[in-house]
Ligand binder design. Structure first.
Ligand code: PAF
Length: 284
């Protein structure tokens, strides 16, 4: 695996593959790679002859009181893991390569509607930062496929809308969430948790499963959401939201309307904010 840090070097490598008729699958990351990321790389390997990953901790998607400066940076370890996972090329731009005019007033891409609620409301500006950096990355990495985790469900919908609305020539492929043995969704932020917190965090996935079961049993959504809120608080978490929404656009849908749904939770455990979700497909 080669590692490059400039757009020029990146384009040289990818251009050679393209001219040879090879397809490219791209996995954008912020590094500190874990089994969830390696599942994305494995899916990328199935999709295309060439796999490109990026590691860039994007400053514009962190709010002023968020964990940008303490976000774990483990490049040497990530390089070893990607090499083992048979990634072909790693792109590690610095801030000036990504934002030539600086990261404080960059050209921005604003995705409406699907960003307004949930994490969009809890983290103002976050999805504009994500959409803006993903647009830049897609312009730099000439890829056929962009591979993203379902764990960041709202982010996935934002990126799908971005790509479709701007007619970007890339197919977005989603990969199911990888979980620890106790059900906790894999996340770089899990390492902020101590052993006791990690154990308590299992309540998030258990609550999502209860929400899905209650929905299928016909319990009204309002009461599913208040039960979920209570279960999270009883385990010592502070929920930002615990909701059942339409899986396509995250809108609230009344009880009884047939639609694919998704249960979503964001909750704080100490100073760590954790998110997870579970799809509830429509039954006939
Ligand atoms: O999901 C992430 O790691 C980031 O939001 C992404 C898509 C790499 C953009 O910085």
């Amino acid at each position: 695996m080669q590692t490059v840090s400039t757009v020029m070097a990146l384009r040289e490598h990818i251009g050679v593959w393209r001219r040879a008729g090879e397809r490219v699958a791209f996995v954008p990351t912020m590094g500190n790679l874990h089994a969830g990321h390696y599942a994305l790389i494995a899916r990328a390997r199935e999709l295309a002859e060439r796999v490109v990953a990026s590691v860039f901790v994007n400053p514009t998607q962190f709010g002023p009181n968020e964990d940008f400066s303490r976000y774990p940076r483990t490049l040497a370890e990530d390089q070893r893991g990607l090499e083992t996972a048979a990634c072909d090329l790693l792109f590690t731009p610095d801030v000036s390569e990504m934002y030539p005019y600086g990261a404080s007033a960059p050209v921005q891409v604003v995705v409406p509607i699907v960003t307004e609620d949930l994490d969009g409301a809890a983290r103002p500006g976050h999805f504009t930062g994500v959409a803006s950096v993903v647009t830049r990355l897609f312009n730099m990495v000439d890829a056929d496929f962009g591979v993203f985790g379902q764990k960041d469900y709202q982010q996935l919908l934002v990126i799908r809308r971005l790509v479709r609305d701007l007619a970007m020539p890339i197919e977005i492929v989603a990969v199911p969430t990888v979980r620890e043995a106790n059900g906790l969704a894999m996340s770089s932020r899990n390492q902020y948790l101590d052993a006791g917190q990690r154990e308590r965090a299992r309540v998030i996935y258990a609550t999502l499963q209860s929400m899905a079961a209650a929905f299928r049993a016909g319990q009204p959504i309002a009461s599913i959401e208040s039960d979920a809120d209570r279960a999270l608080r009883a385990a010592g978490l502070v929920p930002d939201y615990a909701v059942v929404r339409d899986a396509d656009d995250l809108h609230e849908r009344p009880d009884g309307v047939p639609a694919d749904r998704v249960a979503l939770i964001a909750a704080r455990l100490g100073s760590t904010r954790l998110i997870d979700n579970l799809l509830i497909p429509k039954t006939d």
